[in-house]
Write a new protein. Structure first.
Length: 203
């Protein structure tokens, strides 16, 4: 029997489904209202899809006109991802508020999350923690202790120099999520421990 497609939630500003870098959009949240008005979520999803094109992708919109949200919306987005059986959740965002850590911890133990280091939930145990390394090629990553390092650049746009394109820790998380998705593809047990073990054996 064929294994079901990997399901990846991209919690961000939504997605532009007509963008040429986007394929395999399977749905999202809020229902009927996850179109990207910022471009950030589209670039994040495109970076992941470049590495894992066969997965099913879900745009979970927590940003609207600004890259700002609140903890209740973020909690609702993660719950939706859990309730809808996501295998991997990309969180190219985080909160520095330690008061939010406990609320997030109760959820991230139920789904595989990839998120930014030096914020929550990225610094919680059991989260694939990612930091940016500008010297890391986009088709590589490295690990130092409990932190993975990846390129902070999204997919290139023809005619646009990389330094003029979007870049930053958000895209390091997205690039790493692509590698995580590839690691998950042939794993029956997609736990944090099993996925990290598989990542450590990547070549």
């Amino acid at each position: 029997m064929d294994r079901a497609r990997l399901r990846i939630a991209v919690i961000d500003s939504g997605v532009n489904p007509s963008h040429p870098h986007i394929s395999r959009l399977a749905g999202g949240w809020p229902e009927g209202d996850f179109v990207d008005s910022l471009g950030h979520g589209t670039a994040v999803m495109a970076a992941i899809q470049e590495k894992a094109p066969e997965a099913d992708y879900f745009a979970v919109r927590v940003f609207d006109r600004r890259l700002r949200s609140n903890i209740d919306t973020l909690i609702d987005a993660i719950r939706w991802s859990i309730d809808n059986r996501m295998d991997v959740v990309n969180l190219s965002l985080g909160t520095p508020n330690p008061a939010h850590a406990e609320r997030l911890a109760s959820l991230i133990s139920r789904v595989l999350v990839v998120s930014a280091a030096n914020a929550f939930p990225g610094d919680l145990a059991g989260v694939i923690r990612v930091a940016a390394d500008r010297d890391c090629p986009r088709d590589r990553f490295r690990r130092d202790g409990e932190t993975f390092y990846a390129s902070p650049y999204p997919r290139a746009i023809a005619g646009v120099p990389s330094e003029r394109n979007l870049n930053g820790a958000s895209f390091a998380v997205a690039n790493m999520t692509g590698f995580v998705a590839r690691a998950c593809e042939d794993l029956a047990d997609r736990s944090y421990q099993k996925v990290c073990s598989k990542l450590c054996n990547f070549r």
